[in-house]
Ligand binder design. Structure first.
Ligand code: ADP
Length: 158
């Protein structure tokens, strides 16, 4: 790795990690020296899966990549980026709803820490309908989510 590695944080709740998240993480890993998949802990937002399981899923799913780390964080994402020496924040964009949200977050993050650049990757059409919230609803209703999540993500295991 160079003396000045290009480090990017890919933040999210990944509850659970989907094929859409995986595709963005892999594309980002090909663009940067190091990717940190950062699982945000939000006291206002109760997750369906424990932090430990979400970390394990991302680690096992991306185990073949040698420039990916998985961390948990709390607080502002831009502060976490700064603490890891990351100058880039990667986000995935599925549709115009994501666009509105990501634009707001990106502009406010820029006001807080102008040195951190948000890099938005458009979702591959194959994955653009995959949404963690809908995946959770299907799981709660005992439906089959295998088309939406990587095979190493075992959401049914207790
Ligand atoms: P958040 O709760 O912050 O939206 P998520 O875990 O849902 O976090 O998503 C993390 C990031 O992954 C966000 O940038 C989101 O837009 C992106 N993302 C979510 N689902 C997909 C998908 N199917 N394809 C590409 N990007 C996605």
């Amino acid at each position: 790795m160079s003396d000045n590695p290009r480090i990017a944080v890919f933040p999210g709740s990944f509850d659970p990690f989907t094929k859409g998240h995986e595709h963005i993480a892999r594309r980002a890993a090909a663009m940067f020296d190091k990717i940190i998949v950062a699982i945000g802990q939000n006291s206002q937002k109760k997750s369906m899966y424990s932090l430990e399981r979400r970390i394990n899923w991302v680690q096992s799913c991306l185990a073949d990549l040698n420039n990916v780390e998985v961390h948990a964080y709390s607080g502002l994402t831009v502060d976490f980026c700064e603490s890891c020496g990351a100058k880039y924040m990667v986000r995935g964009l599925r549709n115009s709803v994501d666009f509105e949200y990501e634009q707001t977050i990106s502009q406010m993050s820029h006001d807080l820490k102008p040195e951190i650049e948000t890099v938005v990757l458009f979702t591959h059409p194959r994955y653009s309908a995959i949404n963690s919230r809908v995946v959770r609803e299907i799981i709660k209703n005992k439906g089959d989510v295998s088309a939406f999540i990587p095979s190493s993500v075992d959401v049914y295991e207790k």
